[in-house]
Every structure is written in C-alpha cells, then in structure tokens.
Write a protein that binds this ligand. Structure first.
Ligand SMILES: Nc1nc2c(c(=O)[nH]1)N[C@H]1C(S)=C(S)[C@@H](COP(=O)(O)OP(=O)(O)OC[C@H]3O[C@@H](n4cnc5c(N)ncnc54)[C@H](O)[C@@H]3O)O[C@H]1N2
Ligand code: MOO
Length: 404
C-alpha cells in the first residue's frame, strides 16, 4: 500500500500463521470455569436414569383415573432416592415426590392438589389423569453416549453443571498459554510510594495482565528492565526459560536510541515477522518468533499497547486455545461527523450510547492522544476507521470494537 506499512489484516494473518493449539490437560470440574474444552464431552450416564415424577402427588395408572372422582387405595410411598419396590395394580396408587422413580405398573402422576385424602388410606381424584401426565421419561435430558458439549466450548456456569450431571469429575481442557510481560524503560517504576517527577508508573502491565487472563492465558510478570541491552536480554532469556508461549515486551518499539526492543530480541534469535503497521495508535508494533515462542513488541504508549493487545494478542491467545480469531468488530452508527482518514487504520476512542431504538451509537472523544489513560478508561469503544475512509457524518454506519 502507498504508506509502505503493513495493513492490519495482513499483520494479523502473520501473527496467527501456523499457530499450534496448546495440548490438553485434565482438570477437576471445580477448577474448569472459563477453560476451553479440548475434546467433545459425551454423557457418561442417562438423565434421568429412569422414568421419574415431575410433581409431588400420586403415581397411578391413567386408565384408573380417566374420569374425576375416581377413588384409589394408596399402597406405599416413593420419595426421591428410594424407589418403591412393589407394583401399582388396578385401583391402586403410590404416594410419590418430585424426582422419585415411577413405580412399576404406574404410568402417570396425579397432582397432590388434585387429590382428596379419604379415610382408610384412600384418595379421590378431583381431576382426570392423562396417560404420561407429570412423568419425565428416562433419558429426557440426555442419554449415555450423547455428545452434549463440543470441543472448543468455553465452560461457563451452564456447561459446568451439565458436565457434572453427565458424571464428569474431570474435564479435558486446553492448557492455558503462558504470556510473559516485560516492561522496558529507564523511566519506569512500579506504582506506590513517592515517585520523583522524572519517573513514570509502569501501568501497562496491569491492564494487559487482566486482558490476558480474561482471554484465557496465564500472565507472567517479568517486571521492569531499564534501557540496558544486557539486562533486557537476560529478562527475555528468563521469560523463555520460564516456558513462555508468548512473550510481550512493552515500550522501546519505536526509532529512538533508547528503543532497544527489536535489536535485543534479534540478538536473542528472534526471526522478525514484521515491524510497523498501518494502524493508529500502535504503528511501531513488532512481531517475531524465537523458536516456538511468539513475540509481540508492543509500543510503550498505554493506549497503543492496549489497542495492539486487543487486536493481536487476544486473537493469538484464542488461536493457542484452538479457537477461531473471530471478528472483534460490531456495527454501530456515528454520533458525530468524522473527517477523512489517512493511510493508517484508525482506532478512535469513543463513547458508546444507544439511539431511540436501542441501537449502538459511537461518538468520538475529543482527545485522542495515545498516552491518555483517562480518555481510554472513559471510552466504551473504538471506532474503526479504515485507511482512506472518506469523511463521514453523524448517523453514518461504522464498525466498532467494544472495549472490555
Ligand atoms: N521519531 C519518531 N518517534 C516516534 C515514533 C515514530 O514513528 N518516529 N512513533 C511514535 C509512536 S506511534 C509511538 S506509539 C511511540 C511508542 O514508542 P516506543 O514503543 O518506543 O515507546 P517508549 O518510547 O518506550 O514509550 C512511549 C511512552 O510510553 C510510556 N511507557 C512505556 N512503557 C510503559 C509502561 N509499561 N507503562 C506505562 N507507560 C509506559 C513511556 O514512558 C513513554 O512516555 O513512539 C512515538 N515516537
Ligand atoms: O501509534 Mo503511536 O501508537 O501514535 O501512539
């Protein structure tokens, strides 16, 4: 393209090219929340395992209660968990409770509210009973061998309960990729305490660690290194030795004398995939590989690092979990006019509201400086302005990335 910079889509294709999903591991169900199933999960039992009552009442033969005012003799009780071991004969009933096995001979349940208790262990039905009424058939929910949860599914509250009901105490899930984060810069210090004015808080690692965890990775904080080649290189080696599947450096991606990321990473054997893309913010993004470890060198400006992480790190983690990258954008309408764009795909911080029909409206924030966390924190979305997008007016359709 005219700028000579790599378009965002082409850059993403390079980042994701040939990614092998992480191997599977078995985890206890109680620890599986948010994990990605690595194999389809089949039911290990049938549910319900027998015909059961759906109501508290009386197990009956429907033919005996075809009309209201039928009278029956109650011959026993069937609470849930203790099946009645006799057989319901003509003119007989068994007291039954929700979830209990339907006794042999019975085919239906008369609702407790529809039964009048008489002297001598007898009842009278106030309503007629349909055959099969208030009975849950064996296997209504699922049968042993049925595949109920496909591979690639994220285990949330509903899936966890289903897996448990299917009798899985452990589930096979994708190992979580380990994502090492290394902040670089002489000026950086951790938050807390008295910080001199020539220092900046290394804030990026906190947001990125949250994004990594949310995406299904394990963030590993390698801390802060100064702009010193040897210490930077040693920290990269630590990250690789620690088994990082993805190594993320923060800062030092640009062109100044103190921007060491490319040089140091090349010195550790990085094969460069690209440097600089047609994107704003985030132009100086670096991508490469050291062996099986994928490297992202994010720009230091806080908004740039986060936008690059949303667009490249998040799909890379998804690919490591065996998931498709997905389209991070959704349709919306502009809440204000926007001028024509240049050659870089722009990710414009914007508020997110709704129009009178409940449809999303994105309105650009006035300040777009990529150092400004205040603007970023107050934004609801990023408006995606493709390269050379013509000017647009309020109400025009657009695509947005909703911010997590
Ligand atoms: N002559 C040029 N200068 C710059 C260019 C360029 O093309 N030519 N690109 C600009 C762009 S675009 C960006 S983005 C920045 C990013 O450059 P670096 O990746 O080298 O970032 P640094 O210089 O290390 O830091 C920039 C800024 O961000 C602060 N920072 C760094 N790390 C963190 C962190 N972990 N947490 C919070 N803040 C951080 C740092 O203190 C600086 O203020 O370069 C432009 N320059
Ligand atoms: O693109 Mo830098 O990413 O302007 O802040």
């Amino acid at each position: 393209m005219s700028s000579g910079l790599l378009p965002v889509e082409a850059a993403l294709a390079r980042v994701l090219d040939g990614v092998a999903p992480m191997p599977a591991e078995d985890v206890p169900l109680a620890e599986a929340r948010g994990r990605i199933l690595a194999a389809p999960l089949a039911a290990l039992r049938t549910q319900p395992p027998a015909d059961v009552s759906a109501m508290d009442g009386y197990a009956v033969r429907a033919a005996d209660v075809a009309a209201s005012a039928s009278e029956l003799t109650v011959i026993g009780t069937a609470p849930a968990g203790t099946p009645f071991d006799g057989t319901v004969g003509v003119g007989q009933a068994v007291r039954i409770f929700t979830g209990a096995h339907l006794p042999a001979g019975a085919d239906s349940v008369l609702l407790q509210e529809d039964a009048e208790t008489l002297e001598g262990g007898r009842i009278r039905a106030r309503e007629a009973v349909r055959p099969g009424q208030h009975v849950r058939r064996r296997g209504l929910d699922f049968a042993a061998g049925d595949i109920m949860l496909p591979a690639g599914l994220k285990l949330g509250m509903r899936q966890l309960s289903l897996a448990a009901a299917m009798n899985h105490a452990h589930v096979p899930v994708r190992r979580r990729p380990r994502v090492a984060l290394l902040a670089t810069g002489d000026e950086l210090v951790p938050p807390g305490g008295d910080i001199p004015p020539d220092r900046i808080v290394a804030s990026n690692s906190f947001g990125l660690a949250a994004l990594i965890a949310e995406a299904g990775g394990v963030p590993i904080d390698l801390g802060i290194v100064p702009d010193d080649r040897a210490r930077f290189a040693a920290a990269v080696d630590d990250g690789l030795a620690d088994g990082a599947d993805i190594l993320v450096t923060l800062g030092g991606a640009s062109v100044g004398e103190h921007d060491l990321s490319r040089e140091v990473l090349a010195g550790r054997g990085m094969e460069l995939g690209f440097w600089k893309i047609a994107m704003r913010p985030g132009k100086p993004l670096i991508f490469g590989r050291i062996g099986a470890t994928r490297i992202l060198g994010l720009p230091g400006n806080p908004v740039s690092s986060f936008v690059c992480a949303l667009l490249f790190l998040r799909p890379l983690i998804a690919a490591k979990l065996g998931l498709p990258p997905g389209d991070p954008t959704v349709p919306a309408r502009l809440g204000a006019a926007m001028r024509a764009n240049d050659q870089r795909q722009d990710y414009v911080r914007a508020t997110l509201t709704e129009d009178g029909n409940g449809l999303p409206v994105a309105t650009p924030l006035p300040r777009q400086d990529s150092s400004m966390l205040s603007t970023f924190a107050s934004a609801g979305c990023l408006i995606v302005r493709p390269p050379h997008a013509p000017e647009a007016k309020a109400g025009d359709p657009c695509r947005i990335v909703i911010l997590p």
